[in-house]
Design a protein around this ligand. Structure first.
Ligand SMILES: [Zn+2]
Length: 387
């Protein structure tokens, strides 16, 4: 029996490794472009000048409004040293067992990509004139933050204004409309080093930092007063501490690395000012405390009130017979880079769970993937063909 189209597309995608790092997506981009061109899409392969091997694909089918973007990323996390021995199958073979297709990237993010490709191929083979445009964005570089993938595509003007965007990630086929953002920062303490026979003559940077860490812990607890209805509370985690060089000297430097999760609508500039204020209030004696090296990866939030969004939720409801959402999504996604490309609304949607992504024996349940495909085909059919 012939494989369902979505499964044969997914098998081919899993068998073309695209680990990031290094993030060389030329082989998989060429494959996707060939499949979509053969179906009659206008197809472009694009890469930023400073990383030409990080190729993304944009494939356009149809004409006019509404413009619907189907977005999925084509890079995967790499296979770590010693990871392969924990897999029960070859991670690049796309083995099927008990209704599940296994492989690196199988669920994150090649399953939603295969479903999106199937929906476009299905539309293209109808032989009917569509009322609207489908834009497939198969993006590189998501696993390393998207700056050289979707962010670059948006900033370089390669993305059209869209009336509705579906970002493929793992939501068990519910529509997710929010995820958190991340602010990274470094706190540094500077003291004065002396011999440990008389530590009182020095200024201990580690002791000063200990006070800062406790202040950050209190700050983290206070953040729980600000819950977001879909993604929970903002948090602040001290993840790394470094300081001192030997037990017999007073240390003159210490640093900690922070991860501050932002919920939608938190202003990154205000969060930065708030963290500065936390550190400024610490009683550090003669030691100097400072916070800096801020790096922001933004949050995402959308409403689902437009007719297109409501139609998409209806298609989910019909297929699953369950609550279509909206729900929150815990990890980040490329949705944060697409807010400038949407004049309507945007959801995150796809089979499986992010807990299975980035793990040994990553898999997608093929029945769930079939549901993803059915939902996308129904949405495209109603939107572009009024059926
Ligand atoms: Zn992903």
């Amino acid at each position: 029996m012939a494989l369902p189209l979505v499964q044969s597309l997914l098998t081919d995608l899993v068998r073309i490794p695209s680990p990031n790092p290094p993030g060389d997506t030329r082989a998989i981009a060429a494959h996707i472009a060939a499949v979509m061109s053969a179906a009659g899409c206008e197809t472009r392969i694009l890469a930023p000048p400073n990383k030409p091997e990080a190729q993304s694909v944009i494939a356009v089918w149809g004409a006019g409004d509404p413009v619907i973007m189907l977005h999925a990323h084509i890079d995967t996390v790499p296979i770590a040293q010693n990871e392969a021995q924990h897999w029960s199958v070859d991670p690049y073979e796309a083995v099927v067992r008990n209704g599940k297709l296994y492989g690196k990237g199988s669920v994150d993010d090649k399953a939603p990509l295969a479903a999106m490709m199937t929906a476009i191929l299905d539309a293209a083979q109808r032989g009917e004139a569509p009322q609207g445009t489908l834009v497939l964005v198969a993006a590189a570089e998501e696993e390393t933050g998207g700056r050289l993938g979707t962010r670059w595509l948006a900033d370089a003007g390669h993305l059209p204004q869209c009336d509705f965007i579906i970002v493929g990630e793992q939501t068990h086929n519910r529509a997710a409309t929010a995820h958190k953002g991340v602010m990274r920062a470094t706190v540094r303490a500077t003291g004065r080093s002396v011999h440990a026979t008389n530590p009182d003559r020095g200024v201990n940077a580690i002791t000063a930092m200990a006070r800062a860490v406790l202040a950050l812990e209190a700050y983290h607890r206070d953040l729980s007063q600000r819950p977001h209805p879909m993604v929970g509370v903002p948090t602040c985690n001290v993840g790394v501490i470094q300081g001192g060089s030997t037990a017999n000297a007073v240390p003159d430097s210490c640093a900690v690395y922070l991860d501050r999760r932002m919920v939608p609508r938190e202003d990154p500039a205000a969060v930065q000012a708030e963290m500065k204020a936390v550190i400024e209030k610490v009683q550090a004696g003669e030691a100097q405390l400072s916070i800096g090296d801020f790096q922001v990866s933004n949050w995402f939030e959308s409403t689902v009130e437009s007719p297109l969004a409501k139609r998409f939720l209806d298609c989910i409801q019909k297929e699953l017979g369950a609550d279509p959402g909206p729900i929150g999504y815990l990890p980040g996604s490329d949705a944060k880079h697409l807010t400038g490309a949407v004049r309507g609304e945007m959801v995150i949607f796809g089979p499986g769970s992010y807990e299975v992504a980035h793990a040994y024996d990553e898999y997608v349940d093929l029945r769930e993937l079939q549901s993803t495909t059915t939902i996308l085909i129904a949405f495209v059919s109603q939107t572009l063909f009024n059926k």
